[in-house]
Design a protein around this ligand. Structure first.
Ligand code: GLV
Length: 319
């Protein structure tokens, strides 16, 4: 019988749910499989429950063969998947929107606060046993509640969850215009402005749009030049949206005050120069890494597979 291929081990409950689908299950392991293993193990699969570390392209889909019905990405972003290639082969693609907004917004706030209030610089100072004494000018940073403004690029579910949290910190909210219709509650008193104005006015710029050809290097040298020299850039979306070389140069030159990055272009590699910069706070793509959130993501992916295998529409389709 055709199998369900799970390249990366999911949570325990989700693995049980995969086994309950009634098909043989082929599981890769904790680490990402090599490309060769991926192409070998997908051969003959009816369904794939993958993560953002697997590149799902025409070669992969052809290696699967004509029996493949669904690729369920356990992530909201699906830039790792060639959706037109899947559609052309009649393969449904699904993602996991809605279940990770809070966790990602929480981490965004953590990065805003850590970069703005120089938390890691303070931590390093103590660990390095640098002599110190409280001082009126020591480690001064950005006061969120003193009228600071947050600029949200991509006012979708996650952007709005960040805006809600930022309101509780008394921040003023700017956002790039959105095509989705918003309720009064979603509006949160946000001022919608075009990107150049947002970059020029925001004290914190936070990125929450998907990575597409149109958003690759949306934050480039020109965008960084527009930002205030006291401003902070936070990216918990996808690394490719920011031109990392330009960001390193801007952080070095003091063109912006700091950055909080959870995602990197070319992950898991991180630009070695970023690692040397005191004013960059870096985390290894853990935006959705809450225990309950990961459970919900994995379960939603498996539900999507179950629906397609039962001949129904998936819960959260991409195509
Ligand atoms: C994580 O990065 C996701 O897209 O869910």
């Amino acid at each position: 019988m055709t199998h369900v291929y799970v390249p990366r081990t999911l949570t325990d409950a989700a693995m049980t749910a995969v086994r309950d689908l009634g098909h043989p299950v082929v599981v890769g392991g904790e680490e990402p499989p090599t490309r060769d293993a991926l192409l070998r193990d997908v051969a003959g699969a009816v369904a794939v429950v993958c993560t953002l570390t697997e590149r799902i392209d025409a070669e992969f889909l052809d290696a699967a063969g004509p029996g493949l019905k669904v690729v369920a990405n356990t992530a909201v972003g699906y830039d790792n998947i060639d959706v037109p290639a899947a559609t052309a082969r009649g393969v449904r693609v699904t993602n996991t929107p809605g279940v990770l907004d809070g966790a990602t917004a929480d981490l965004t706030m953590a990065l805003i606060l850590a970069a703005g209030r120089r938390v890691l610089e303070g931590d390093r100072l103590l660990r390095e046993q640098t002599p110190w004494v409280w001082g009126p000018r020591m480690l001064l940073g950005l006061d969120l509640s003193a009228g600071a403004s947050l600029g949200v690029i991509g006012y979708g579910r996650i952007g709005r969850a960040v805006a809600r949290r930022a309101k509780a910190f008394d921040m003023r909210i700017l956002a790039t215009p959105t095509s989705s219709s918003l309720t009064e509650e979603d509006r949160l008193g946000v001022r919608f402005v075009e990107l150049p104005e947002l970059l020029e006015q925001a004290d914190v710029v936070t990125v929450h749009c998907p990575l597409t050809p149109a958003t690759r290097h949306l934050i480039d040298a020109d965008a960084l030049r527009r930002m205030k020299s006291t401003a902070i850039l936070v990216n918990t979306a996808r690394g490719g949206i920011v031109d990392e070389r330009a960001l390193v140069a801007a952080l070095r030159a003091g063109d912006i005050a700091g950055a909080g990055l959870d995602v990197f272009d070319g992950e898991p590699k991180v630009d070695p120069e970023l690692l040397t910069l005191e004013n960059a706070v870096l985390t290894p793509h853990i935006g959705s890494a809450g225990t309950a959130t990961r459970e919900r993501m994995c379960r939603l992916s498996v539900s999507n597979v179950a629906e397609v295998l039962a001949g129904r529409d998936p819960v959260t389709p991409v195509n």
